[in-house]
Design a protein. Structure first.
Lengths: 101, 144
């Protein structure tokens, strides 16, 4: 754990304390510490996700401006499909099961 | 560099795949395939992966889906080396207790051809094998 002193916007801080009381019934001690740690972690995750999206956007631009071979572009699906990582097998299993029924 | 591509890299492209958060997984995989197509790297796949792509592109088993899926398969095999799924590979895969069967087929195939890295989205599945072969995502490989 690190002890830091920083200036915080007063309105924001008051809203934070009010929400702490609403959620935990207290704005002190470990609840305050846990909430601040969670806030910082969420901010970091949001910024990292934003950074990943920017990187992917730059890559998508490369594709759009025609730097990709037409042959490879021809392999791309027409519309984006949502397939969470690790779910492929379940989708394959469902498709195969449907064929057999 | 000789890369062995897991089925999910082909799926990324063939289905223009995004994840549940909206991240376009297809972008890095498309760039990687383009690098391979242009000769920057060598790419190999298992014949099993082509079947996975076929089923996912044509999940409803329709005539039109069959035509579209076959076009994709023709495209992939035109510039990627397709490695046969032999009885030897099956036997070794069945004995490979650290991996689930399908991952074992991919891993054994990659080892058999001397691939320098397996490119996959499922790093977790292959985490026990990273001392034997490099395991990477397409994002790690394509130029940022």
């Amino acid at each position: 754990m690190a002890r830091q002193t920083v200036e915080i916007d007063n309105d924001l801080w008051q809203r934070f304390l009010k929400k702490l009381v609403d959620v935990y019934g207290s704005a002190y001690g470990s609840k305050k510490k846990d909430a601040l740690n969670e806030a910082i972690r969420l901010w970091l995750e949001a910024k990292e996700l934003e950074s990943n999206i920017l990187t992917e956007s730059r890559r998508a631009e490369l594709i759009e401006i025609g730097k990709i071979s037409p042959m490879i572009l021809g392999l791309l699906g027409e519309e984006e499909e949502i397939i969470p990582v690790g779910r492929e097998r379940k989708i394959i299993a469902d498709a195969l099961r449907a064929r057999l029924s | 560099m000789h890369l062995y591509l897991d089925a999910n890299i082909l799926v990324d492209v063939a289905l223009r795949r995004i994840d549940e958060k909206g991240n376009p997984l297809w972008v890095a995989s498309t760039l990687l395939l383009d690098e391979i197509y242009k000769g920057g790297n060598r790419g190999s796949i298992s014949v099993l992966s082509l079947y996975v792509v076929y089923v996912l592109v044509n999940p409803k088993d329709t005539r039109n889906g069959d035509i579209v899926a076959k076009e994709k398969l023709q495209g992939f095999r035109s510039f990627l080396t397709v490695v046969d799924l032999t009885d030897d590979v099956l036997e070794e895969s069945l004995k490979e207790g650290r991996l689930m069967f399908e991952d074992a087929v991919q891993f054994i195939t990659a080892k058999k051809i001397g691939a320098e890295a397996i490119v996959t989205r499922d790093l977790r599945h292959f985490s026990r094998m990273k001392d034997e072969v490099k395991i990477v995502t397409p994002e790690e490989l394509v130029t940022r």
